[in-house]
Design a protein around this ligand. Structure first.
Ligand code: AMP
Length: 218
């Protein structure tokens, strides 16, 4: 799987970030989360961060040309295997990615689609916290900290992501339905879409992804 190129789709809170991180580590692939790249840019107040912040604050998508410019740079440094997490998010981004890969003589192997209901997304995201000091993730439903509001690892304060408030989550789900569903249709029409039940127990989701991606490759 060393040279495998995958895109992880699925609504916010579907577990795509965590699953992508695990698979990337296990298979020695680069894990590329556009959300993480953008959050880092916002934190460091770079030109990219300044352009992206107003969209991210309200749960809207950052414009396609900004995202595709960012991906072009990233692909230049990652010609081997990778997992995109949270990209592509629009049909234009999916087509743009195809063109960028074409130019490099590469292609995507599969789009892994984690399927989770809106109610489950809301439950998961409202319970999600991260440590402001070391970045460790917690979830009051599945992996609560030993002491409320305090990081088990370093004692740092636990915070909620600014876009994990209920009204922003509702908008992110709406955006997902309107903009990202066509991405599923695009990959389904190219026979690259692999649907995975993301509501299963966490370890089962990992096993299903490994099994389905492996089967599809052979
Ligand atoms: P995420 O961490 O993937 O949920 O992304 C957080 C926010 O970053 C999203 O709500 C968008 O505002 C922005 N974002 C991340 N990836 C993309 C993308 N591929 N296209 C447009 N906006 C994105």
């Amino acid at each position: 799987m060393v040279n495998m190129r995958l895109a992880f789709l699925g609504p916010p809170g579907s577990g795509k970030g965590t699953q992508a991180r695990i698979l990337a580590e296990e298979k020695n692939l680069a894990h590329i989360s556009t959300g993480d790249v953008l959050r880092e840019a916002v934190k460091n107040v770079t030109e990219l961060g300044k352009k992206a912040k107003s969209y991210m604050d309200v749960g809207s998508l950052v414009p396609d040309d900004i995202i595709l410019g960012m991906i072009k740079e990233i692909l230049r440094k990652n010609k081997k295997g990778f997992i995109f997490d949270g990209f592509p998010r629009t049909a234009a981004q999916a087509k743009g990615l195809e063109n960028l890969l074409d130019d490099l003589g590469l292609k995507l192997d599969a789009a892994v689609n984690l399927v989770v209901s809106d109610d489950e997304v809301l439950r998961r995201l409202l319970g999600r916290f991260y440590c402001e000091k070391c970045g460790a993730d917690f979830n009051v439903n599945t992996s609560p900290p030993k002491v409320e509001g305090i990081c088990d690892r370093c004692g740092g304060k636990l915070l909620q992501r600014a876009d994990d408030r209920e009204e922003v989550i509702t908008n992110r789900l709406k955006v997902h339905r309107e903009k990202t569903k066509p991405v599923e249709d695009f990959y389904r029409s190219c026979n690259l879409l692999l649907d995975i039940d993301g509501a299963q127990d966490f370890a089962k989701v990992t096993a299903s992804i490994l099994e389905t991606v492996g089967r599809n490759r052979s």
